[in-house]
Ligand binder design. Structure first.
Ligand SMILES: Cc1cc2nc3c(=O)[nH]c(=O)nc-3n(C[C@H](O)[C@H](O)[C@H](O)COP(=O)(O)OP(=O)(O)OC[C@H]3O[C@@H](n4cnc5c(N)ncnc54)[C@H](O)[C@@H]3O)c2cc1C
Ligand SMILES: NC(=O)c1ccc[n+]([C@@H]2O[C@H](COP(=O)([O-])OP(=O)(O)OC[C@H]3O[C@@H](n4cnc5c(N)ncnc54)[C@H](OP(=O)(O)O)[C@@H]3O)[C@@H](O)[C@H]2O)c1
Length: 459
């Protein structure tokens, strides 16, 4: 075991979960393999590590981050709580159910700071390419040390791909958009609602990015927000100022034309058209090729690449459950790499994947999506020793969240939920979400009397 080498690519929630899984085995007195995590950014946290930059970073690498200022959790925090590190343990007091990004980033760091995880990570290092040698059964990784502008190679026995899949934009073309006079961007490059104050904004897409960017821009003072859908509208009862229209057919100057024959002038367009699973560092035969869905094909138990299980993918599913799902995956992948979990034959693996795909093909609404992902997580947890948590109860919270959004998209973030780990009921945030313009950790953790003063100063 000692001379086995494991490469983890990416130090976002999934990569950090993998490190944490090994550390938990070490704590139990087990000998763990040598682990090296490569992270192209200069800090951990993945998506949660906010950057103001767009395009390329200071070393010319594509910017990974798609998060923006004023981004608040879009699901209850009780649904993503690490089952080995509660919010109570971290914040030492109840907090609200929908914290802003810096608060969740702080929580992610809290768990990992308790260990020596940083020692395993080589920051500012991009995996450029890898090969697998069938005879030696080893991977050779070609790595770029960005700071020193130096390329080098190293050999590993296993590779864990934890590079996320909400970073490379899917950017469709619409006739005339190349002549549109205002800003045109993808949600990946959206960094906050400020620049769209008093603007007429067109968002193309009808999923989470469209919904959230639309509501953020409405909250921060856009003149109007129009959401344009391809398949189905989001279908909520929107406040005056937000509306949905069918797909854009084409643009003429600043005017967009829609499938229902209507048209409208816009100042800016944001494509909320999703992301591509992109692995430029993998040869085609090792590359996961999939749409964004809850059960990508060719991954046994959602993680082991079927033709080469020494290549493990974490977090490649579309996500209701997030951090706790990545953990359960990382714990099982650790067991496999340490020889404690044996893979069945290729045929058995295929059969298992097919059963999940068959089950998934029958799922046809968001509530069933939640049940499906809950079943998947339960399946993982019964195979490993990730601390059990009440997956069903979390599923119920997700369903309540879906209902709350339907009831009122502007107030659902004011609702509170109870932790399935500690039984703690979340506190209401000192300021209603629609009135809260400051997403800093300091402001969030402020006592109510102080927070009131700040609101008074702001208004
Ligand atoms: C706008 C937005 C908002 C979201 N909001 C929520 C939310 O409210 N709640 C929630 O639970 N989830 C949310 N998510 C989902 C989010 O993706 C997950 O919470 C989580 O960040 C996924 O973790 P990950 O580690 O799999 O991937 P990521 O967080 O994307 O991390 C991947 C890491 O891999 C690194 N990397 C990539 N390529 C390389 C390479 N070649 N070499 C070295 N390193 C590399 C990246 O720099 C990055 O640090 C949101 C996603 C987006 C895009
Ligand atoms: N505050 C937050 O926490 C927050 C905010 C934003 C995003 N997120 C997260 O980010 C992740 C990604 O969400 P996402 O909404 O960016 O991606 P997504 O869920 O994959 O949705 C992509 C959307 O783009 C549409 N689309 C794709 N190609 C199109 C085309 N050619 N023309 C028109 N429409 C097209 C799709 O329409 P069809 O339905 O027709 O396929 C769908 O509505 C999610 O995990 C979400 O939770 C979170």
């Amino acid at each position: 075991m000692k001379n086995k080498r494991i490469a983890i690519i990416g130090a976002g929630p999934s990569g950090l979960a993998q490190i944490r899984a090994f550390e938990s085995a070490k704590k139990q007195g087990k000998e763990i393999p040598e682990i090296v995590c490569f992270e192209k950014q200069d800090n951990w946290g993945g998506m949660w590590n906010y950057t103001w930059r767009t395009g390329v970073g200071k070393f010319g690498e594509p910017i990974h981050g798609s998060m923006y200022k004023y981004l608040w959790s879009n699901g209850p925090k009780e649904c993503l709580e690490f089952s080995d590190y509660s919010f109570d343990e971290h914040f030492k007091k109840p907090i609200s159910s929908y914290p802003p990004r810096p608060v969740l980033f702080d929580y992610i760091q809290g768990r990992i700071n308790k260990s020596n995880a940083r020692d395993y990570i080589r920051f500012n290092t991009t995996l450029r390419w890898l090969t697998f040698n069938e005879e030696t059964e080893k991977f050779t990784l070609f790595l770029d040390d960005l700071k020193n502008n130096k390329t080098y190679e190293e050999k590993f026995d296993y590779v864990v791909v934890a590079t996320g899949h909400f970073s490379t934009p899917n950017m469709p073309f619409f006739e005339g958009i190349d002549e549109f006079p205002g800003a045109v961007m993808h949600a990946h490059d959206f960094r906050g609602a400020d620049q769209f104050i008093d603007k007429d904004l067109l968002l193309i897409g009808s999923s989470y990015s469209a919904e959230d960017i639309g509501v953020q821009c409405y909250k921060h003072g856009s003149k109007s927000v129009t959401l344009s859908y391809r398949s189905n509208p989001i279908g909520l009862s929107w406040p005056k100022g937000i509306e949905e229209r069918p797909l854009v057919t084409h643009f003429e100057g600043s005017k967009a034309f829609f499938k229902d024959g209507t048209s409208k002038e816009f100042d800016a367009v944001v494509m909320c058209t999703g992301y591509q699973h992109k692995f430029p560092f993998l040869p085609s035969y090792l590359r996961l090729k999939t749409e964004n869905n809850l059960y990508p094909d060719h991954l046994y138990k959602g993680i082991f690449f079927q033709t080469q299980p020494k290549l493990i993918y974490l977090g490649m599913q579309d996500q209701y459950y997030t951090f706790n799902m990545f953990d359960a995956q990382a714990w099982l992948s650790r067991d496999y790499m340490m020889g404690d979990f044996k893979l069945p034959s290729k045929e058995e693996q295929r059969k298992d994947i097919d059963q999940w795909l068959e089950k998934y093909s029958k799922v046809d609404d968001p509530k069933e999506d939640v049940d499906f992902q809950a079943d998947y997580i339960k399946d993982l947890i019964q195979m490993t020793d990730y601390p059990d948590f009440n997956v069903e109860k979390v599923g119920e919270m997700f369903k309540q969240w879906l209902q709350d959004k339907e009831d009122n998209i502007l107030t659902y973030r004011d609702k509170t939920f109870r932790s399935v780990l500690t039984g703690t009921m979340a506190e209401e945030h000192h300021t209603e979400w629609m009135d809260e313009m400051d997403d800093s950790l300091e402001r969030y953790l402020m006592k109510e009397d102080k927070a009131e003063k700040k609101t008074a100063v702001l208004s």
